[in-house]
Design a protein around this ligand. Sequence first.
Ligand code: NAD
Ligand code: MG
Length: 327
Amino acid sequence: MARIIRDEDITIELIKNKTVAVIGYGSQGEAQAKNIRDSGIKTIIGLRREGSSWKKAAEEGFEVYEIGEAVRRGNIIMMLLPDPVQPKVYEEHVAENISKGSTLVFAHAFNIHYRQIVPAPWLDVVLVAPKAPGPALRDAYVHGTGVPGLIAVHQDYTGNASKIVRELAKAIGLSRIGLIESSFKEEVETDLFGEQAVLCGGVSSLIKSGFEVLVEAGYQPEVAYFEVLNELKLIVDLIWAKGLSGMWQAVSDTAKYGGLTRGPYLIDEEVKKKMKKLLEDIQSGVFAREWVLENNSNQVVLKTLMERERNHLIEVIGSKIRSLVGK
Ligand code: NAD
Ligand code: MG
């Protein structure tokens, strides 16, 4: 079992007099920069001058610099750009400007674990990975709470890396809920598996298949939509708040019996075998190679699949229904 580290286990000392340079002001960049600033630590932003976030960050009271300049001014450099653009930005603007003994921070382990970025040996390289999207992270912080997160150390040049990463995670608000000590390998492999097998890939495919089966059998698409998509939120909210048993408690005995007997028939050993194959491709780097090549070819497959997804009947029906209820 993992040890959960909480606020009371961490005293902010080492990062108090440092300057945190947050590179990127998107989902995570904005949220983390604001949280760190509100925790009393000097925070500056590094961006492209022509980029759209420059004005926003400046209006929200931050000192904003070109990426290279922000890296020169900071001692803690946080790489909060989209993962596919990080290697090029690192090579062009970070590598030559980062000073010896600085802390290089990632929010996702992909580029380090799969060696798309290989930092100099005279840097501390750490991971602070919030397990929530940026807006939720900021919202929780403002309301006095936080979201959980993983921390890890890849390279400890100064001998202080593991203390610094904890202090930083506290400043972001993650230890208000709980921090888990992990590794770059564990973070990236579980993150990719989760989003492929269960969260994004698994759930969306399950919804679409269920919808298609009902519609192909002649049921009205609106009824199918409510059944397999809309109600899913209620079930997931229950599971989230009270666990699987809490969910089973809340549904009818018919749903209990049907679900407990038919669920494992559907998601059977074959599906589990396929899940293991997904994990194997992640562990071996096969998926990472595919994704790097996809980015080098301008995301041609991704764009095509997204277009196909937007045109699926469930999306057409869904936007009609959601506009009726004002969403
Ligand atoms: P994002 O797409 O929201 O980041 C956008 C920012 O990057 C903007 O400021 C934009 O101007 C800048 N940017 C985009 N392309 C650029 C380029 N070519 N050169 C320079 N700047 C560029 O990114 P995000 O979702 O916040 O992800 C940042 C990191 O956080 C990633 O490593 C990601 O894996 C990690 N992460 C994200 C989430 C999440 O829910 N979004 C959760 C946990 C970890
Ligand atoms: Mg994820």
